[in-house]
Each structure stands twice: as C-alpha cells, then as structure tokens.
Design a protein around this ligand. Sequence first.
Ligand code: PGA
Length: 241
Amino acid sequence: MRRIVIAGNWKMYKTQAEAMEFLQGFVPHLDETPDDREIVLCAPFTALGSLSQSLHGSRVRLGAQNVHWEKAGAYTGEIAAPMLTEIGVRYVIVGHSERRQYFGETDETVNLRLKAAQAHGLVPILCVGETKQQRDANETESVIFNQIDRGLVDIDQSNLVIAYEPIWAIGTGDTCESVEANRVIGLIRKQLSNPDVPIQYGGSVKPDNIDEIMAQPEIDGALVGGASLQPDSFARIVNFH
Ligand code: PGA
C-alpha cells in the first residue's frame, strides 16, 4: 500500500510568530482530515523549534528544506541532520529546483544529502523535474531519469518520498495537466526498485485543482508551495476529496 503524503513547502517565508499564527488557523481543520494521509510542514529552520513544541502530540509532521551530508563541521550556513532530529524533524526536502538553480546543488550533492538524511532517520523528499526548455526539446524523460538514477545511488528506497515538480509549473499558476503529471510519475515509478515509494506532484497545487490531481492513480500526494502559506488554503488541500 502506498502512503499519501501532503507536504507544505514554506520556502523562505514565515517568522516564528507567523508560523504560530498559521497553526491557530490550520490545526482546527485537521479534525476533518481522513487518517489515510500524512501531513508535513517544511518550515524555515528558525521556525522548526517552536513548531515542534506546538505540534507535539499532533498528527502534523515537521520537515526541513535542506540538510548537509556531514554530521558536524566547518560548513558555514549549512545545517546537520542531528540538529534537525533533535527537535523532532522527520522529513527533509532534498534537491528542490530552487536549490539546484540558485545554490549550485547537483545530482552528486543531492545524493550525499539523501544518504545523510537516511543515516539519521529522516525521510528525504527528493525533488526532480524538467525546465520548460527541456520539455519543449522532448527531454523530459531523460532529464528526470538522470536525476533519479544519479540521485538514488545507494539510497534505501523503503525510506523515501519523491516529488515530481516540473520547474515551469512552480510558482507560475501554470499547473501541469493532471493526466500528464500522472504519466510522468508512472514512468518515474518504473525506474524504481521499490514501486511503493510515495511520489508526489508539485507545481502550482491549489485548493481548486487538488481533487483532480489526487484522483490520478499514480499520484500519491502533493508538495505545495504558495498555497501552503495560508491556513484555509492548505487545510482545503490536505482535506482533498
Ligand atoms: P508552488 O511551489 O506550489 O508555489 O508552485 C511548489 C514547490 O516549489 O515545491
């Protein structure tokens, strides 16, 4: 049985105070959330500590947005897995396209980060996806297969989530057609040794398209950026029909 995982990616948004305010609006909606789905909030590092305290005993899991491959060291500006697990973080996004595009993340560093996450008991959410240019050049499949093959060297596929996020759909309002997202996710699944890895779709997921996305047979969840910032909007997404 594949798990359903709905994760919010807050990116570089929300102070601690704003994160607390979000919870006040969001948590009451979880009374209606069916048990079949895992809810994850991937918050900035500075908000994780207070979120962890406030969410203690709740069904919401916490995620970080990056993790370094060493457990400590002279790596100014990075964060180590034990710093995350100590405060109750369970998930970590690895290889988001914004990290690849703006911060020099490569398939090799993605692979190192995935290994470190797993070694410390975190569940990594590996992000893959093609640019508009690559899609137009019919390279979607080769780009994604490369990201998967190189990223997953020596990775345990029993402790992993993958997010298919076409880059042209991120933050643009230009969602990938759900049938097409379903097709690509099906192809990704065929590349895996464990077909039960939950594979999410990400890219302009909104309250008004989540039901259609989740109705697709290959899609096991969503990674949600902009629409995870407002409590009502993210609540409608996690409570998809
Ligand atoms: P978006 O971002 O939902 O704002 O398109 C998704 C993501 O970057 O994970």
